[in-house]
Design a binder for this molecule. Sequence first.
Ligand code: F6R
Length: 657
Amino acid sequence: MTTESLVLNGSDGQVAGYPPAGGPIQSAITYEKIPTHIYADAKNASRAVAHEIAELIRSKQREGKQAVLGLATGSSPKTVYAELVRMHREEGLSFQNVVSFNLDEYYPMEPDSVQSYWRFMREQLFDLVDIPTGNYHVPDGTVRTDEVAEFSKQYEAKIEAAGGLDFQLLGIGGNGHIGFNEPGSLINSHTRLMMLDNSTRAAASSDFGGLPKTPRKAITMGVASILNAKRVVLMAWGERKAPVIQEALEGVVTELNPASYLQTHPNALFVIDEAAASQLTRMKAPWLVDSVVWDNSMKKKAVTYLSLALNKPILKLTDRDYNDNGMSDLLALSGQAYDINIDVFNQLQHTITGWPGGKPNADDTNRPERAKPAHKRCLIFSPHPDDDIISMGGTFQRLVDQGHDVHVGYQTSGNIAVADDEALRFADFVVDFNSKFGIDSPEASRIFEDAAEFLRDKKDSEVDTPEVRYIKGLIRMGEAKATCRFVGIPIENAHFMNMPFYETGTVAKKPLGEADVQIVMDLIEEIKPQQIYAAGDLADPHGTHKVCLDAVMEAVRRLKDKDFMQDCWVWLYRGAWAEWDIHEIEMAVPMSPDQVMKKRLGIFKHQSQKDGVVYQGTDAREFWQRAEERNRGTAALYNRLGLAEYEAMEAYVRWKY
Ligand code: F6R
């Protein structure tokens, strides 16, 4: 148990579920075994970490000493480095007295390769500040295999000679690795060559153009090397890190989750955002940790939690169950278990509807959607060309079958997720066709010939040419059109928006720009929908869904005073990567076994995303499998709570803008 476990509000405020307060909230009890700071978002959190590092550098400067930093790579520390660079440029923070040692490097790896951590560090930090060349160290991915052991010894010796690490910055892998100390690493391990875990390779595979090309080894500082640092700060952003963060903080110390070793460090801190904190007891069951405000949302959260934890349908929960499980104050406030049970059960019952566009001529008092107008214009925003069918295919089909005018806005081209051999197959098809029959446009022939030539000799680190990207985009567009035909909407109702932020040809995207928002606004104004569906699925690995959602939200905010918007409801779906928590769901659309099968066939139209896709992420299942398991899981949860048993369900939360 620790005392320094705070929930820190970022600029945008209160963490859900806690009583309003002016400053950080001190938890009464905590299940976390390492001090943990939770911020509303990664930006605020990174700023705090960067400021701690800056303060260390400055205080060492005042003492005339060097600050010895252990640094990490990956997506998590990028925002920290950006803030340090800003402080260097705007506030004169000097790195002259900084000596740094990076945690790891892929092996083998050339330093100037695009994927090398050496290059990452130069581009993110070293070349942008005044750290003297020679003061920074990254394990060398070019040493001969028989020299790695000696190199590793020297690396440790250099850290020691510099006086040991004053500060170690860490990210965490989805499997709990710190540095590249994969599960199984011992607490006394030192710098060494490490075999990468399959999940680590899968997570990195998007940087290397697929799993087969992803390195199998890395040189990494050991667990003992990390624990020797005087201060250790571990960062984690996003929902995908939530389970491993919960285990590291609340579970036992185990080599199966190397981050849990930090429980043994006297001066470690976890700095995480709300999404990464979402599985912690203080977030999942805050009433077990401190007093809470029992508003309706908290009540639903607690009752569903209790029912699932005790494996007892809601209507069977007793006063004793509430009292024994830290919910006696809710009982005292609301009367008996019977009343609370019925209230929450009814609320859940009312979320279920087979009429996602509203049921014509029905009393809609207790239905999630309005009965009128009976036939609505619905606009589904699909971040990638397949999210509509993967995440809400059952609902999409019902809306069409129930006579609504359904449009889909495909927000990005999704072109980076098409494998080279797939694109080459299509380019060859066109080149061969043209060479047999000739074609009027030399320009068109050139595009395909150039693309085919480029793809045949493409190097792993090369970024696709505009021609190749165009072909890859066409492939995905064709697949989306096939899905629309399959579901039964006219092709004119498929709108390919090609938002510019996405068009970098690499995994890293541009930030959301004015042009992106304008494209979304234009489509909304053109359709004037009564229903908008948007992906609220923030756990997607490359952040595209988040940018697409930001664009929709910004467009809706700007349009909200227009007449047609007074009649427009916005529903957020999830699906491919995560699902809403059961207590959050405001509309649940059930599916029969036949409907599940039809959805599967609709997903199959996206052939380029089947059978070993480029951006698989750490989940080895194909998209149709993930969607089905997710939808079956949601239905099973409703059933466990004591509601009717359905085959599968898609779930939505309404955004009241
Ligand atoms: C990187 C490193 C790794 C990463 C971890 C998380 O130097 O040592 O442990 O910190 O894989 O990576 P991201 O931050 O990309 O999720």
